[in-house]
Design a protein around this ligand. Sequence first.
Ligand SMILES: [Zn+2]
Length: 507
Amino acid sequence: MAALAAEGTARGLATTRACALWGLDAQLVRVEVDVAPGLPSMHVVGLADAAIREARERVRSAVRNSGFEFPLRRITVNLAPADRRKEGTGFDLAIAVGVLRASGQLQSTADPLLVAELALDGSLRPVRGCLPRVAAAAARGVDEVVVSRENASEAAAVDTLAVRAARTLREVVAHLDSTAPIVGEPAAPLGEDTSGGEVDFADIAGQASARRALEIAAAGGHNVLLVGPPGTGKTLLARAFPGILPAFTPRERFEASVVHSVAGLLGPDRPLLAARPYRAPHHTLSAYALVGGASPPRPGEVSLAHRGALFLDELPEYPAAALEALREPLEDGRITISRAGAAATYPARTILVAAMNPCACGFFGDAERECRCLPEQVARYRARISGPLLDRIDLRVGVPRVQAAALRSVSAEPSHAIRERVEGARRAARARGVLANAELPLSALRRWSRLSDQTHALLELAVAKDRLSSRGYHRVIRVARTIADLESSAEIAELHLAEALSLRREL
Ligand SMILES: [Zn+2]
């Protein structure tokens, strides 16, 4: 071990590199460590949160328990730039290495990105958000990163820099001073896209309208609401939905994986998501859990479903605050949450698949059982889905009780056949510069969705008759664009628009 620089008067200054994460926003940080004469103390400055300030205790113990000396002097740690908020435990390793360097116990000038939490015994622990931190560092030209073993495969998903996985602080020091270099991790194998539904559409009898609506939803990224009495297979249809989503493109897979990394949901055996996410949170969840939080920043279910699907069963049972909070992500494909002076933005480009009963008792309009609700009770039940939320649900479809005769027919189309048409429609959308028609900005929508005079007249009629909002107006054209794409039609015909309008109307 290198001797401590002479006790008492010597002053040491050193820097290391770390990466701060706020929401999904990763930024390289210079960790400056100043060891100066004075009463033994350690201060962390630079807009650090409580978890970072607690790094003092972890770093002190980890350094001592690794066989090094913790300088009994005045230590100041600055995280630069100081004007950005920083949170979490991912700075521990960079601070510890900085302390060793500033106190003369580590001579090397090697300057990799250091991303790990320290345990009191000096072992390295994984951190949330390793993937976006490493990706951001690689994009800024960093060529080496040191992480814990648990984070190794996640970091290695970024193949443009060398990933060194260490178990302990001692191993990191031995690597940096070249006494025992750590060999690089092999690039993480991304594996096959295993997207698929647990249920195949071939096993679902009848329900032609619901199947059609789900196909359109998958093809264009549109939101869908299934309405029907209990026991008619709404949940089954929703569970089959992932099986008709198009293949996960590398870009989408990376985007979705970043959100899961930040939530701490990736692991050694799962460096990137293998399949499009399918989230089905229970209706007891809070608005915070559904859309995420800002302080500390955490993505919610709607963001964990980014580039996949979000299934909300029994939609009216969700807390009103949670449902209202869905409006922004369903409209913009992302959500910004501000709380206590902090703000965080997460992507949330997901397909909402919602299901509900037609009334509180569940049997309004059912052929077999009588509804026990008064008309005003039915109205009150449906009003739990506010107008603005409903406006963002493009496709509303009834899921009635299937007659016995239909249950016997077993010739339903399998998921893979539907998925092929979905892929075709997605190819058409990509040719317009988006991943799905639901993302078409207005300028592109105008360009790619010219309507004949006759079709336009039909739309104007609907505006008057259905009191279509301006949002609804554009959403219905996007859906018509998808319906035309499913038939490989360059033009939106009257029939396509008529179907889009009828799917928007039914409830
Ligand atoms: Zn009822």
